[in-house]
Design a protein. Sequence first.
Length: 74
Amino acid sequence: MVTTITSKGQVTISKPVREKLNLQPGDLVDFVIEDDGGIRLMPVADSILKLKAMVPPPDAPLSLEEMQAAIEGE
């Protein structure tokens, strides 16, 4: 697939490539330069901070002993 570089150095990523990489507006991508001189476009994984809101906070705080018991399966 061929694309044009704008005067600002921007390129448009074609729809088939965006779909293959599951890219959405605002996503980050990384251009990886291979040893053989080739270039690979890689989606950047989301920050762990984005996952924070996915898990609801506990109903009540747990003590260290309660956390340890949960880890040990007691």
